[in-house]
Design a protein around this ligand. Structure first.
Ligand SMILES: Cc1cc2nc3c(=O)[nH]c(=O)nc-3n(C[C@H](O)[C@H](O)[C@H](O)COP(=O)(O)OP(=O)(O)OC[C@H]3O[C@@H](n4cnc5c(N)ncnc54)[C@H](O)[C@@H]3O)c2cc1C
Length: 470
């Protein structure tokens, strides 16, 4: 519990209405979208501007109070669970889009801005902000930046990192710095912008961001390729990429996922096949037509039993929405849904899908797989029940094997969801002890008191997924 003196000072900084400490509100912010992790904060604080953030941080720094910056809490790595208590910092008042600069093709925004709202606002001006995490209806730009989120368009357009040009940051001692800017070129010192992208709230607080925009593509087409054989679908992914076509979207759904998504969305998805690829291309009308034809041919040559092109934008949007709802649809089946994001080089997709299925069988667990196949970013999703300890142990063993396999194939333990608390015990598999040590030195240099989102990225005493109560 925070000392009365600290609570009083927090109220002095942001006003009474913006400090919550009732049991109900603490409970509401004790968890995020990640199953099995929960811990109570001491207070929830909602600043109105950067200066207030800075004052809060100075106070917390002085009294060594943990700060957990929280966007919409949709992260899947227990990144916003307040494992060591302290305050949860909300950006509900800092949610404004500050400027669209049509000369420099940038948008400047506060961290609490909703992702989809930003995308729609710039599209109305004929501009395009490509990063589109499936959670974009709810997620915030500050959360996207701190997880370096990807999305369905990541294959062609890259991830959030590729669009962050400049940041305003409140450091763990309360100092305010600006990195980068509206500049196409800037090599003045270390690239702090890149360092903060994906730092999961452990190095400082993003209070403003300048993001790159690109022209909105003139035309877009969407198709669905159906497969009776999982490996044939995965092979098609490798073949499309190696034939030097980079589609906007190249998504994979296996049959169990398809069945559940269809049951949820009722748009007539084919549930009789083993897998589908959702493929999309954008660009000039001619180039799109040409690429779609070529990709259709590649899919057919590599075992697709049917390839259907969406006839209208409404049909295409229904397919995209269905794919984006995969996690929510799967979550209806059993009490606990654990979604992972093991990622491999694109060329290893077929082998990784096969390995996931073998590992699931060996450990007798239900794993459905979908994901951004073109990025090599798969989401093996386990449907389980956290109350069944014996089953959860098998789930843990299966995921550990999946991570090891991904790394063995040249991949990583997480492609877009971050390490958080959930995967801190697996980080060494990817970066080694020396890698962890250099990251820890950086963390110590920025945050010697370890007040920024403690318990994330670096493993502590919680060896596996646990329910942490305070
Ligand atoms: C249904 C569903 C679908 C998803 N689909 C995708 C997907 O396609 N691609 C993908 O990459 N992820 C996806 N995710 C994961 C998640 O939505 C993303 O990581 C998203 O970027 C998190 O945004 P948020 O606003 O909810 O951030 P939160 O979950 O609140 O926070 C995420 C991290 O950012 C930090 N943070 C938040 N704001 C700030 C700030 N202003 N300053 C410093 N640190 C801050 C937090 O401390 C935390 O470490 C999905 C999640 C769900 C539930």
């Amino acid at each position: 519990m925070l000392k009365k003196k600290i609570m009083k000072q927090l109220v002095h900084i942001v006003g009474e209405d913006n400090v919550q400490s009732s049991n109900a509100s603490k409970l509401a912010y004790s968890y995020d979208a990640t199953p099995q992790f929960q811990a109570m904060p001491d207070a929830i604080v909602a600043p109105r501007n950067t200066n207030q953030v800075s004052e809060i941080v100075k106070l917390c720094c002085k009294h060594k109070v943990p700060i957990v910056p929280r966007g919409s809490g949709t992260n899947l790595s227990a990144g916003t669970t307040p494992l060591e208590g302290g305050i949860v910092l909300l950006f509900k008042h800092m949610d404004k889009l500050l400027e669209i600069d049509e000369n420099n093709l940038t948008v400047t925004t506060q961290p609490g801005m909703n992702t989809l709202k930003l995308i729609e606002t710039v599209e109305a001006k004929g501009l395009f902000y490509p990063p589109d995490p499936s959670s974009m209806k709810i997620s915030q730009i500050g959360g996207n930046i701190n997880e370096n989120s990807g999305g369905l368009r990541g294959l062609k357009y890259g991830v959030t990192r590729d669009y962050v040009m400049g940041l305003e940051i409140v450091l763990p001692n309360g100092d305010i710095i600006r990195t980068g800017g509206k500049l196409a070129k800037d090599v003045a010192g270390y690239d702090l912008t890149r360092l903060f992208v994906g730092s999961e709230g452990t190095l400082g607080i993003v209070t403003e961001a300048t993001l790159k925009l690109v022209p909105l593509p003139e035309s877009k087409k969407t198709m669905l390729a159906l497969y009776e054989d999982l490996n044939a679908a995965a092979e098609s992914v490798s073949k499309i990429i190696s034939s030097r076509i980079i589609p906007t979207t190249l998504e994979f759904l296996d049959q169990p996922t398809l069945k559940v998504v269809e049951d949820f969305s009722k748009i007539g998805l084919p549930t009789h096949v083993q897998a589908v690829l959702l493929i999309e291309q954008d660009g000039t009308a001619d180039a799109v037509e040409q690429d779609m034809k070529k990709m259709q041919q590649i899919c057919q040559e590599n075992g697709a039993v049917q390839v259907d092109t969406a006839r209208t934008e409404a049909e295409a949007e229904a397919l995209r929405t269905a794919r984006r709802s995969a996690l929510s649809a799967l979550a209806r089946l059993r009490p606990t849904t654990i979604l992972e994001d093991a990622t491999v080089p694109r060329s290893e997709i077929a082998r990784m899908v096969q390995s996931i299925n073998e590992i699931a069988k060996k450990h007798r667990v239900d794993i459905c797989t979908f994901g951004h196949a073109g990025d090599g970013n798969l989401h093996p999703t386990c449907l389980t029940d956290e109350r069944n300890k014996e089953e959860i142990e098998r789930v843990e063993a299966a995921f550990e094997e999946i991570f090891k396999k991904a790394v063995e194939l040249g991949g990583t333990i997480t492609g877009e969801h971050g390490v958080g608390a959930m995967k801190s015990n697996y980080l060494h598999l990817k970066v080694g002890e020396a890698g962890i040590s250099v990251m820890q030195s950086m963390k110590n240099a920025f945050d010697p008191n370890n007040i920024m989102n403690p318990g994330k990225i670096f493993a502590k005493s919680n060896p596996k997924r646990v329910v942490v109560k305070r």
